[in-house]
Design a protein around this ligand. Structure first.
Ligand code: FES
Length: 94
């Protein structure tokens, strides 16, 4: 998949996270949210009440729309969690 990052921005070390078992490039200092968006993921989960797809809304930890499972822990806010090499992320919005 195409990398949607602005190429001229200086970044930390290149690392790899896994999203639903697939390797995804990330950079130290990025949030999980940023890495998911750069990899083309827009929908992170479906609402419980049937209202539909959820993903990034506020981007600053307030709305809780970006909940994902990280290293087996559910309901983590992707916008507030920095990536770590080898991190396992599960999204449920595909
Ligand atoms: S996007 Fe609002 S809490 Fe993460």
């Amino acid at each position: 998949m195409e990398d949607l990052r602005i190429q001229s921005v200086l970044r930390g070390e290149k690392i790899t996270i896994r999203v639903n078992g697939q390797p995804v490039v990330a950079y130290e200092g990025e949030s999980v949210h940023a890495a998911l968006l750069a990899a083309g993921h827009r929908v992170f989960r479906q609402s419980r009440n049937g209202a539909g797809a959820r993903g990034i809304f506020c981007g600053m930890g307030v709305c809780y729309e970006c909940l994902v499972t990280i290293n087996g822990v559910p309901n983590r806010r992707a916008c507030m969690c920095p990536v770590e090499d080898g991190m396992e992320v599960v999204i449920h919005g595909q």
